[in-house]
Design a binder for this molecule. Structure first.
Ligand code: PFF
Length: 452
C-alpha cells in the first residue's frame, strides 16, 4: 500500500514535463491528424477543444487530487480514499486499460522506430511506393514484432530506473527536444508551395461534418490524448510534491498537449496539400503512407531536405511515443510493485512480458492473424475501440462522479488549494463541471451513439 518512503518527482518543471510527456504521444501526432482529416478539419478541432475544456481538464485535476491525496497507484488509490467500496473497480479498470493500451500502442510505437531507422539509413525515400512499403511492413510476420519488442525494452529500461532517475530525467530531456523539433517542422512545412490550402482546411470550419460519431471521436480522442480516464495521471500525481499547484499543472499540460496536436496538424496538412492528388482522408495511414509520399514528392528536386524532414519527423514521433509508453508502463508496474510487494524490477518484467504478448497478437493482426475478428474488428482495432472509445470516457465519467459527488468536499478543497495556501477563484465552477457537465456530457454522447 502507500508507503511513507514513496518516490517523488524532484521539481515542479519535472512534474509538468513528465505529465505532458504522458499526454503528448501518438495521440497528438498520429491519431489527432488522421481524425481531423476524416472528421472535417477545423470543425473537429473546435469540438475537440470544447471537450478538452469541459471534460478533459476537470477530470485531469480530479485524477491529480485522487493520486496525490491517496499517495497510491491508481489500482489502490480508491481503496485508500473509499475503503471497502466498489469504487476500487474504477482503479482496477485503469490498470487493465494500461495493459491493453500499451499492448497495441507498442505496435505503432514499433512502426515509428522502424520508420526512423529506415529514414536514417536512407533506404526509405528510395521506396517510392509507400502504400506497398507500409503494407509489406505491417503484414510481415516478424519485423513489426521485433520493433515492437525493441520499443518495449526501451520503455522497460527507463521505468526500471525509477520515478526521478528514469521517468523525470528522460522527460526533461525529451520534451524540450520534441517541442523544438515540432517548431522547426512547422516552419519547413509552411514554406512548401501550396501550403495555404492545408491551412484553410485546418482553420475554416465546416459544421455540416459534425455528427454523433464525430462527437464520440472527439471525446474519445480527448481522453486518449490527455491520458485521462484510466488513472495514469493519478499514478503520476501520487509522486507529486505537496506544493504542486494541481489546477495550474493541469492547465499547463492541457495547453502543451493541445498545442502539440494542433502544431502536428500544421506540419502535416500543409505538407499533404502541397502535393496534388494526395488525400487527407487517409485514416491511420496518414503519417505512415501519405506523409512519406510528401517527403518523397515535395522534395524531389532536393532529396537532402526530404531526408532531413522525414528523419526529424519520425524522431519526433519516437520521442513523443516513448514518454507516453513509460507512463502506461508505470501505471501497471506501480500497481504490481505496491499491491503484491514485487520489487520494481520484477514488477516491470511482468508488465513488459504481458504487454509484449498482447503486442505480438496486435502486431500480427495486420498479417497472419488478420482473420481473427471480434465484432468485425481485428485485435488491434478492438483494443483501440475498447480503450479509447469505451474505457477511458467511462473511467472519466466515474472519476468525475467520485470526486464531485462521493469524495468529501473538504478533501477536494484542501488538495486543490494546497491546504488553503492557494486562492482558487473558480472552485465552485470546477465542482459544477465535475458534478454535472462532465458526467452528463459524457453519458449523453454515449447514449446518442448507442441508440443510433
Ligand atoms: N496520451 C497518449 C497519447 O496521446 O498518445 C496516450 C496515452 C498515454 C493514453 C497514457 C492513456 C494513458 F494513460
Amino acid at each position: 500500500m502507500a508507503t511513507s518512503e514513496r518516490a517523488n518527482f524532484g521539481s515542479k518543471i519535472g512534474i509538468i514535463l513528465a505529465s505532458a510527456g504522458s499526454a503528448v504521444g501518438l495521440g497528438n501526432i498520429w491519431r489527432f491528424p488522421y481524425l481531423t482529416g476524416e472528421d472535417g478539419g477545423a470543425a473537429f478541432i473546435l469540438v475537440y477543444v470544447c471537450c478538452v475544456l469541459f471534460f478533459g481538464v476537470p477530470v485531469m485535476v480530479a485524477e491529480f487530487l485522487i493520486g496525490r491525496r491517496s499517495r497510491a497507484n491508481t489500482g489502490q488509490a480508491y481503496d485508500v480514499l473509499a475503503p471497502g467500496t466498489p469504487w476500487k473497480w474504477v482503479g482496477m479498470m485503469g490498470v487493465l486499460a494500461a495493459f491493453l493500451i500499451l499492448g497495441y500502442y507498442g505496435v505503432v510505437a514499433g512502426w515509428t522506430l522502424e520508420y526512423t531507422v529506415a529514414s536514417a539509413s536512407g533506404a526509405f525515400l528510395g521506396a517510392k511506393d509507400f502504400t506497398a512499403y507500409f503494407n509489406d511492413f505491417v503484414s510481415n510476420p516478424w519485423r513489426p514484432v521485433v520493433y515492437m519488442f525493441l520499443f518495449m525494452l526501451l520503455t522497460h529500461v527507463i521505468v526500471v530506473r525509477g520515478v526521478k532517475e528514469g521517468i523525470e530525467r528522460c522527460s526533461k530531456v525529451m520534451m524540450p527536444l520534441l517541442l523544438l523539433i515540432i517548431c522547426v517542422l512547422v516552419v519547413c512545412s509552411l514554406s512548401l508551395p501550396g501550403a495555404a490550402d492545408g491551412l484553410t482546411f485546418l482553420l475554416k470550419p465546416d459544421f455540416s461534418k459534425i455528427t454523433g460519431e464525430v462527437l464520440l471521436d472527439a471525446m474519445g480522442q480527448t481522453f486518449f490524448s490527455m491520458s485521462v480516464g484510466m488513472g495514469c495521471l493519478c499514478t503520476y500525481a501520487s509522486y507529486f510534491t505537496k506544493d504542486a499547484n494541481l489546477m495550474k499543472t493541469a492547465g499547463s499540460v492541457a495547453l502543451i498537449d493541445t498545442s502539440v496536436a494542433v502544431l502536428a496538424g500544421f506540419v502535416i496538412f500543409p505538407a499533404v496539400f502541397s502535393v496534388p492528388g494526395l488525400s487527407v482522408d487517409a485514416g491511420p495511414g496518414l503519417v505512415f503512407v501519405t506523409l512519406p509520399n510528401v517527403f518523397h514528392l515535395a522534395f524531389e528536386g532536393m532529396p537532402g531536405l526530404g531526408y532531413v524532414f522525414s528523419l526529424m519527423f519520425y524522431v519526433l514521433l519516437v520521442l513523443a511515443t516513448l514518454t507516453s509508453t513509460i507512463s502506461l508502463h508505470e501505471v501497471a508496474t506501480a500497481y504490481l510493485h505496491e499491491r503484491f510487494g514485487f520489487s520494481r524490477r520484477k514488477a516491470a518484467i511482468w508488465v513488459t512480458s504481458i504487454c509484449t504478448v498482447l503486442g505480438v497478437l496486435c502486431a500480427l493482426s495486420f498479417g497472419v492473424l488478420n482473420g481473427v475478428r471480434l465484432g468485425g474488428m481485428t485485435l488491434f482495432d478492438l483494443s483501440d475501440f475498447l480503450t479509447a472509445k469505451l474505457m477511458l470516457p467511462l473511467g472519466g465519467m466515474f472519476i468525475s462522479i467520485f470526486t464531485g459527488w462521493y469524495l468529501d468536499r473538504r478533501i477536494v478543497r484542501e488538495e486543490v488549494t494546497n491546504g488553503g495556501r492557494l486562492r482558487i477563484p473558480f472552485f465552485g465552477f470546477y465542482i459544477f463541471l465535475l458534478k454535472y457537465v462532465a458526467p452528463i456530457g459524457i453519458a449523453s454522447i454515449f447514449i446518442n451513439e448507442l441508440i443510433r
